[in-house]
Design a protein around this ligand. Sequence first.
Ligand SMILES: Nc1nc2c(c(=O)[nH]1)N[C@H]1C(S)=C(S)[C@@H](COP(=O)(O)O)O[C@H]1N2
Ligand SMILES: [Mo]
Length: 367
Amino acid sequence: MSHHPGIFKPLPAEHFRYPDEGGATNAETRLSRLPGYLTPNRQFFVRSHFDIPELKATDWHLRLTGDALTREHSLSLKDLEQLPRVSVIRAIECAGNARAFFARDFGSPAEGAQWGPGAVGVAEWSGVRLSDVLALAGVEEGAFHVLPEGLDSGRFARPLPIDKALADDTIIALAMNGEPLPIDHGFPARLVVSGWLGAASVKWLGRLEVSRQALNTYWNTQDYTLAGPDYPAVGEADGVPITTMPVMSLVDLEDGARLFAGDTILRGRALSGEGQVIEVECCLDDGTWQSATLHTPNIAGAWVCWSLTCRLDAGRHVLQVRARDDQGNEQPESVVWNNHGCLYNAITRIAFHMENSADRVDDAPLQ
Ligand SMILES: Nc1nc2c(c(=O)[nH]1)N[C@H]1C(S)=C(S)[C@@H](COP(=O)(O)O)O[C@H]1N2
Ligand SMILES: [Mo]
């Protein structure tokens, strides 16, 4: 097994940008370039804390261990393929998505890669249920944590409570949008944990430990926590370990984009962890809040696409967007500071420019 630095798929500048301080293994999606509901594999963001490992499908095994299993077990890819096949359409969103807005709102950056709002994507993930895999080793009464571990050099691992691990839509994905899982996204097998922060969806899965005790790691105690003056430290963690993702809306426009004045359709997406977004409202400049149109599909745990038809004069404009989910959660006016810069979900604000349409030379959009 050799290790390659960097990301394997091509990263054209029209589809990706790099968060500052992010290192070579991070790239975020330009939402403005998304073609439809699903994020194509070639446009899906990549977030890897270590070098991306090159694994051979024929050598790969998944080891099941731990004191809450009846027996130890090891499965090959062929063994996994014998299990019932399932597919789910779900978002994966980094808990640090939109972290750069902490710097904008608070005047100093939160620690970590300075992601814009593109560390998120929605794909159709196909594979097998984690519960079906664990059942092969016999999960005993009293099982508490499941620790999935990656085969990257740092053995990235973050525990799940047993109930979430056994949920119907917690899966080991072998395919992404109908293609074998790309190497950057965890080939040959990754976890997909619906509605939870991206860090739960461990890539290049190599081992699952099922224990009667907590199996905490760096990744749920020292990072991917809400830590800071306004958050209590929980147990051995420096703050509150993050689980589900909050309600958030996204605009399919680059900040500072240029459009043509006149009739325009503004578009975006909104999501809320395991939940479903039921309303998206927009406010242009100093106008009133108005409901955006929500399009189908609107899959819980994935996202909904929204649009707003409007007429805008030439000049600079500010769009604000806020989403509400089926539990009544709404994006707040502002967020409380946390040191790791996680879960930014204040009302989305984006500035753009309308150019005089008389200057239009062809039908191509300017942005
Ligand atoms: N083994 C392993 N799994 C991992 C990571 C990692 O660094 N190593 N990064 C996690 C984080 S923080 C996120 S946000 C998602 C990103 O998934 P993607 O790269 O497929 O978009 O993968 C998660 N799974
Ligand atoms: Mo992440």
